[in-house]
Design a protein around this ligand. Structure first.
Ligand SMILES: Nc1nc2c(ncn2[C@@H]2O[C@H](COP(=O)(O)OP(=O)(O)OP(=O)(O)O)[C@@H](O)[C@H]2O)c(=O)[nH]1
Ligand SMILES: [Mg+2]
Length: 177
């Protein structure tokens, strides 16, 4: 039902506006789980560590979303960077139970901005909000930091899918116009 609404049969694929979306952040923060929860919500198979880059194509309203899901491992830096040039929207993901992954958000933004050649929106995402007792980064802390940087902040749980659709709908809305 939901997918039928998203896949607008009237607009052929070749005529859809394309949006290039990049997902970056530390190893194991849940980037691929987040992409899976949005693109393949019925797929409950375990998610494997990303090797280099994974790619997903998603038809969404009048748009064609190219989603580049990067590995967070340092050894794939040069592969990741080769995808940074033509990006419209970046999701920098951290794990709310891992303070280092939050601190590294700045490093990820810098890595991207050094290479990017296009005006693009950067959004910060706190994942694993289902882990309530293990939380190390508060929503307030993350909101204050992102507000200082003039960036939007979203909280999600890829495992329970909470916040995932709302987040993608809000950030992609600007491109659908
Ligand atoms: N509790 C909980 N676990 C999660 C969540 N999202 C991902 N995980 C778990 O975190 C681990 C890493 O998830 P991945 O999606 O592979 O992480 P990644 O950021 O893509 O990792 P790399 O590709 O290696 O950079 C897996 O065991 C997931 O099940 C979440 O929202 N809540
Ligand atoms: Mg991954």
């Amino acid at each position: 039902m939901v997918e039928a609404q998203e896949n607008n049969p009237v607009i052929p694929r070749t005529q859809r506006k394309q949006v290039n979306i990049l997902i970056i952040g530390d190893h194991l923060v849940g980037k691929s789980s987040l992409v899976n929860a949005f693109c393949k919500p019925r797929n409950k198979d375990p998610i494997e560590n990303t090797i280099g880059i994974d790619y997903q194509l998603k038809e969404y309203r009048n748009l064609l979303l190219n989603i580049y899901d990067c590995s967070g491992c340092p050894e794939y830096k040069s592969i990741r960077e080769s995808f940074y040039v033509d990006i419209d929207l970046v999701l920098v993901v951290f794990d709310v139970t891992n303070i280092v992954s939050f601190e590294n958000t700045q490093m990820w933004i810098e890595e991207f901005c050094k290479v990017s050649q296009k005006q693009c929106e950067i959004v910060v995402v706190g994942n694993k909000t289902d882990c309530i007792g293990k939380r190390k980064v508060t929503e307030t802390e993350a909101c204050i930091w992102t507000a200082m940087k003039d960036m939007e902040y979203y909280e999600v749980s890829a495992v329970s899918s909470i916040g995932i659709r709302n987040m993608f709908e809000s950030i992609i809305e600007k491109f659908a116009g």
